[in-house]
Design a protein around this ligand. Structure first.
Ligand code: 5GP
Length: 193
């Protein structure tokens, strides 16, 4: 099914995009399936292989790069590689579903460029970089060093927002969830007409 849609949610770490993507996946009418990325980072507590990510070694990751298996890949943070395997999109399209991505800004824009006619790209904007820091600290999934690395990258990522089709400001999560739902529903409806 080459007509399947690609829905991209990109944002700095801690902006709430994963929460938004998980919410959208629960909306059956959107017919979405999650693009499970491959990563060389360690699983966090509660994360599962083949559900949140395909956790692979750095060596395996580099072999996939050599084999040209990725649609896109990035060293998002130093020594932490993330990438979308081409087989992942084929797997989801074969089921007749639309693909939703939780992916960094560079990867998101790269996919939009490859499939401009069937991709909706959405940037999730946090209220401020300070708020982002507070959220990341609250989440307690990263060390202080890693939080600082993610914050340092956030300003660069925020500057790419205008290149996306839409920007959702995540100030009030419930409003952001509703906005995302309407945006994706309209996009899928419009492109099926
Ligand atoms: P985390 O370690 O917090 O799960 O993810 C770190 C960043 O990598 C997030 O911005 C996430 O969206 C991004 N990411 C996840 N999968 C991919 C992917 O396949 N490609 C790219 N380019 N970024 C990804």
């Amino acid at each position: 099914m080459k007509g399947g849609k690609l829905i991209i949610f990109s944002a700095p770490s801690g902006s709430g995009k994963t929460t938004i993507v998980q919410h959208l996946l629960k909306q059956k009418k959107l017919n979405l399936d999650f693009s499970i990325s491959a990563t060389s980072r360690e699983p966090r507590k509660g994360e599962n292989h083949g559900q949140d990510y395909y956790y692979i070694s750095l060596k395996q990751f580099k072999q996939h790069i050599k084999n040209n298996d990725f649609l896109e890949w990035e060293e998002v943070y130093r020594d932490n590689f993330y990438g979308t395997l081409k087989t992942e999109i084929e797997r989801i399209w074969a089921k007749g579903k639309n693909v939703i991505f939780d992916i960094d800004v560079v990867g998101g824009l790269r996919i939009k460029k490859k499939f401009p006619a069937q991709t909706l790209s959405v940037f999730v904007k946090p209220p401020s970089v300070d708020e982002l820091k507070i959220r990341l600290k609250k989440r307690k999934t990263e060390s202080d060093e890693k939080i600082n690395m993610r914050i340092a990258k956030a300003s660069v990522e925020l500057a790419t927002a205008p290149q996306f089709d839409f920007i959702i400001e995540n100030i009030d999560l419930n409003i952001a969830l509703k906005e995302a739902e309407v945006l994706v529903a309209n996009y899928i409806k419009k492109s099926n007409e």
